[in-house]
Ligand binder design. Structure first.
Ligand code: PBG
Length: 323
């Protein structure tokens, strides 16, 4: 035998030399959940180890994470039912706790990269990402609301906006508004191929944002489709997105690879709440080695072609790296 691939696996040193994919804490964005109030920290029941923080404690958590090397955060707000309405008015109220928290994070940690979420669901009494009229999610009317939300977030100091709503034309609409208002330097990470997935449920628990009726299948993509992801990607690219995101990650590694192979801008993948919950639940039961399962799944997302990974495991990964 001339070719014995096992020779390149015979020692740790050689295995390390021939390692093709390396994950760094610099690849990661940590999603964080924010609550109104002071001194509040509540665990998300379906996401062991993940909390909703009030702004004061969120600042402390960000400080801890930055000391571990995590520099990028995606902040999601949890609003009480009383603040929600049909048109998501609270999302662009300059005095709302979410926008104030973003300003305060940027003031305290100017070198951190802060990403925000552009979609109506946390503020909508219908629990949908778009405006509901007569039971339908209306696209173009939603854009106007998303535009106001995006501008308010840029004003608050967000570095990257993440339109997660899947309305048609929203990347271009937001890009133009940002540019007209002097926010040329605010980036857009488009949720490009966001699938109508069962893996978002723990996130909806975290934000109490599940749709009150129906599902999200008229705007999020059908899990059966790949070619359609190329159409979404082409649109987002042409509309000025700085990054293209695939979401969820693990059941969609082929889509990550597909976008990586066809587009020359960075590809992000969202290792979503349900993917976190699955590993945590089985690790807590002693069915899987949680640490190894985490490392293997993050690595597979990077190997598939993601330059950036949004993951609830970011902090745990950073702690492991430090050891
Ligand atoms: C909503 C939004 C969702 C997630 C991010 N933004 C949920 C949804 O579309 O219902 C999911 C993230 C996760 O599951 O971790 N705009």
């Amino acid at each position: 035998m001339l070719r014995r691939p096992r020779r390149n696996r015979k020692s740790e040193v050689i295995r390390n030399m021939v390692e093709e994919t390396r994950l760094s804490v610099k690849d990661l964005i940590l999603p964080l959940f924010l609550l109104d109030g002071k001194n509040q920290k509540m665990e998300v029941s379906s996401m062991p180890g993940i909390y909703r923080y009030s702004t004061d404690l969120l600042l402390k958590e960000i400080d801890t994470c930055m000391n571990l090397g995590i520099m990028a955060f995606d902040i999601f707000p949890a609003y009480p039912e009383s603040k929600k309405d049909e048109t998501a008015t609270e999302s662009y109220n300059p005095d709302t706790f979410y926008l104030k928290a973003i300003s305060s994070v940027k003031r305290n940690f100017p070198e951190a990269c802060i990403m925000t979420d552009v979609a109506m669901d946390p503020y909508s009494s219908d629990g949908h990402d778009g405006l509901v009229i007569d039971g339908k999610i209306v696209n173009d009317e939603t854009l106007k609301i998303l535009g106001k939300m995006a501008l308010a977030q840029a004003e608050a100091g967000a570095d990257i906006l993440g339109p997660s709503d899947m309305m048609d034309g929203r990347v271009g609409y937001i890009r133009q508004l940002l540019d007209e208002n002097g926010f040329q330097d605010v980036s857009i990470m488009a949720y490009t191929a966001k699938y109508a997935s069962a893996f978002y449920n723990p996130f909806r628990d975290a934000l109490d944002s599940a749709p009150k009726s129906g599902d999200k299948k008229t705007y999020q993509m059908n899990p059966a489709n790949a070619i359609e992801a190329l159409i979404e990607a082409e649109l987002d690219f042409n509309e000025g997105a700085d990054f293209l995101m695939v979401k969820p990650a693990l059941a969609y590694l082929d889509i990550i690879k597909l976008l990586k192979d066809h587009f020359n801008i960075p590809i992000a993948a969202y290792n979503v709440s349900g993917e976190y919950a699955m590993i945590k639940a089985s690790a807590l039961n002693g069915w899987l080695d949680g640490e190894r399962a985490m490392l293997e799944s993050l690595l597979s997302i990077k190997r598939a072609g993601a330059n950036i990974i949004l993951s609830y495991f970011a902090k745990e990964f950073a702690i492991l790296q430090k050891q």
